[in-house]
Design a protein around this ligand. Sequence first.
Ligand SMILES: [Zn+2]
Ligand SMILES: [Zn+2]
Length: 244
Amino acid sequence: MIKGLNWLSTFLEQKVNSVKQGGLCVACLSSKAFNGLCQPCRDDLPVNRWRCRCCALPLAFPSSELLCGDCLKHPPPFETSFVPWRYQYPLDGMIGRYKYNGQRKFGRPLMSDFAGLLEQALQSGSITRPAALVPAPMDARRRRRRGFNQAQDIAETIGGQLNIPVATGLVERVRRVRSQRELNREARLANLRGVFEVVSEVPERVAIVDDVVTTGATVRVLASGLREAGAREIQVWALARTPG
Ligand SMILES: [Zn+2]
Ligand SMILES: [Zn+2]
């Protein structure tokens, strides 16, 4: 029932949004917006240009070919990441309003640009087309409080534009975890052990979808579970990555 409503609201919003030209910029209220953002505000989005080639961690030097220290020391259980922005001003505020205040108009321009960038990357062959998108699951209590799972919302929106199915319910979050914020790397991974359960068949090629990748611990644990359940090629697709 809830799933159906989610789908319906996404569908209706896409319909309303199909008139892309015009409308107000969600960031500065300029009337020259395209897909919800004007060009100057779009130019302000912090592009994640220099990054680790596997986990997309922002790097301080001009490279997108090297691995970060963490990926060198502990190779991740996924092949690559597509994360076009850094979680910095003004994008952090936009994502915050979208997910904590439920103001979807702040998420929509990002999702729409994200889908466009993914489409280009798929066409140029710099990333491969997954058979399904796997939204990072949110625990049920938090989802009830927030009203929606933003990873699911993003996956449905980009999946609709790219014509890739969303594997809803493939993975469940089976227990809550305490806040990761104060924990070091090992403690974070230990804290997340056993938190996800893969409950149905996994396609060979999947992309995990999330809004923001922070420490990367969640996507690592999720990717391990998918790999154990039969996935052979796993990508991570997210809007933004926090600087290390
Ligand atoms: Zn603007
Ligand atoms: Zn890395």
